[in-house]
Design a protein around this ligand. Structure first.
Ligand SMILES: NC(=O)C1=CN([C@@H]2O[C@H](COP(=O)(O)OP(=O)(O)OC[C@H]3O[C@@H](n4cnc5c(N)ncnc54)[C@H](O)[C@@H]3O)[C@@H](O)[C@H]2O)[C@@H](O)CC1
Ligand SMILES: [K+]
Length: 519
């Protein structure tokens, strides 16, 4: 497969309209595209399991079903034992493909009792043409495929049936595929949030029109490993710790020293020259004992300002809490930044700093967050969104609102806060105020091992350390550094999970950082 578009992400409608224009431009017919789509699916099947294996192909009414009918013919010719379950095709292309199958003696069944007994199940029910929630035959077909998925390998054609290919939300359920071969270009809904539970391994079949299609401008882009190479260049042999930046971490309210320690360790392991941890006086001693390389200060008397003045980057939030002390720290930081006349250092706001930002009284001049990176998980993102859009979202479950369309939530956050935003969760999304020109970045690496207490603290320490090492980054550099940190964190999670996802702890993730920040 040609990899022209392999890291670019498009809206479904762009693919649907663009593929026709691209095919016309190079003189390919839609039937030829369908043939190529089915060929790509056959290749995926052959890569998984040689003939003769028992294959069931479930075909819907449209061209997704059409791909299935063509695949039936190709798979049978390749020696597989093929059974087709289908609803009658309604598009011309799918009808022609069905006729070609029947002309070769192929049969099909219109009802599905059970799909057990096959080694391979192909989901060609619905693809990019999904317009409404599943019901009737379609719901039953998806249920039957999923019921047999523990004994068969499930291949979804283009999009797992039931998944909204723009948002990644199941409608209301979707096929849980082991592998999805998506056609022409990666659709936005295949790479983030809940989609990760359904898509399985994702491969792209450009159907010979990648070059013509690439004239379309993508809405997003997958984070590439080259980004880490670019932003984690080798250090100069003559460098000293002052060259590698001073990170100031404001973290660790009473009872939450662990979050501060994890963020501090992650920052040290990610190469910050110096890390100062400014913390609550009650947690000072325990943090200082845990990690001798950290400089640890309590903030009761002097306040934050002496430390802020030394910072190349600032992180506020890990284990901060939301009490009066925590509010005071955030307010001091905001006041100091407002009065600062020189260049603004980048600020990462995480965890309770986000919750406190969401509680700031509305109607006052909003703080200038231009150099800020907000790192919410969906629940924090929901609180932030509600704080700025309270009239639109009065009673909604905001986590569900965010997860229903992560791209939309991200865009709203960026627009309303005028900051870089990193929306956590499988397929982390990253965007900044200039994302119209920089594109949303999507990290498709990672592991469920990252879903553990302290994992976010590790990310904020790591991110702060990368920012401290690249002083006064431009908006574009900030965007890429955030993506680099997300990528390193995700791959660290994968590496830490090699002995198993369950039971991986945040300290294991910290242990993986050093190898990854020295690519
Ligand atoms: N357009 C092209 O040139 C190509 C299309 N290809 C395939 O064609 C697919 C798109 O084809 P279509 O546009 O026909 O769309 P689909 O085949 O995805 O489905 C459209 C049909 O499903 C119905 N439908 C939508 N939601 C439904 C629901 N919830 N329950 C029941 N019926 C529902 C629609 O009314 C319509 O009849 C792609 O996903 C891809 O697999 C490939 O063959 C490559 C080339
Ligand atoms: K499908």
């Amino acid at each position: 497969m040609v990899a022209q578009l392999s890291h670019l992400i498009y809206r479904t409608e762009q693919v649907r309209s663009g593929e026709q224009a691209a095919a016309a431009a190079i003189g390919l017919s839609m039937a030829q595209l369908m043939q190529a789509a089915a060929q790509a699916c056959l290749q995926a099947i052959q890569d998984h399991c040689a003939a003769p294996a028992r294959v069931a192909i479930v075909c819907g009414p449209g061209n997704n079903g059409g791909d299935g009918w063509v695949l039936a013919r190709l798979a049978q010719a390749a020696g597989y034992q093929v059974t087709v379950y289908a609803v009658p095709p309604t598009t011309k292309l799918a009808q022609q493909a069905q006729a070609a199958w029947q002309a070769e003696g192929g049969r099909w069944q219109s009802s599905i009792d059970s799909l057990h007994g096959y080694q391979i199940l192909v989901d060609a029910v619905l693809g990019s043409g999904l317009t409404r929630p599943l019901a009737g035959f379609y719901l039953a077909a998806v249920q039957a495929i999923n019921a047999a998925a523990n004994t068969a390998w499930v291949l979804s054609v283009d999009v797992p049936t039931g998944l909204n290919s723009d948002t990644g939300q199941p409608q209301p359920i979707a096929v849980t595929a082991a592998h999805t071969v998506t056609m022409v270009a990666i659709k936005a809904g295949l790479v983030t949030g809940k989609a990760k539970d359904y898509v399985g391994q994702l491969s792209l079949a450009e159907l010979g029109i990648g070059a013509a299609f690439s004239k379309q401008s993508p809405m997003a882009e997958l984070v590439q490993p080259e980004l880490a190479q670019r932003w984690l260049a080798k250090r100069k042999p003559s460098s000293h710790k002052g060259d590698h930046g001073h990170l100031v971490l404001i973290a660790g309210g009473p009872g939450m020293s662990g979050a501060a320690i994890l963020a501090g360790r992650a920052a040290l392991r990610s190469g910050a020259g110096k890390v100062t941890l400014v913390t609550h006086p009650h947690t000072l001693a325990i943090i200082a004992q845990a990690q001798p390389e950290l400089m640890v200060h309590g903030t009761d008397e002097k306040g934050l300002i002496p430390w802020l003045e030394q910072a190349d980057a600032i992180v506020i939030g890990p284990g901060l809490g939301r009490d009066a002390w925590a509010q005071q720290q955030l307010q001091q930081l905001l006041d100091w930044l407002t009065e600062l006349s020189g260049p603004l250092p980048p600020v990462v706001a995480d965890a309770d700093a986000l919750n406190l930002l969401a509680q700031l009284p509305q109607g006052e001049p909003s703080p200038n967050l231009r150099q800020w990176v907000l790192t919410p998980h969906p629940a924090e993102a929901g609180r932030l969104l509600r704080s700025v859009m309270s009239t639109r979202f009065a009673d909604e479950n905001m986590t569900a609102v965010v997860e229903a369309d992560r791209y939309e939530a991200l865009t709203q956050l960026v627009t309303n806060f005028n900051a870089q935003v990193l929306l956590k969760g499988a397929g982390t999304l990253i965007a900044g105020p200039a994302h119209q020109i920089e594109r949303i970045l999507v990290c498709d690496r990672g592991s469920s091992a990252l879903a553990t207490a302290g994992s976010g603290d590790v990310l904020s320490g790591l991110l702060g350390a990368l920012l401290a090492q690249h002083r006064q980054p431009s908006a574009a550099a900030l965007h890429e550094l955030v993506a680099t940190a997300v990528w390193v964190h995700a791959v660290a999670g994968e590496n830490a999970a090699q002995a198993g996802e369950r039971g991986t702890i945040a300290s294991d993730i910290v242990n993986e950082l050093r190898a990854l920040v020295n690519p």
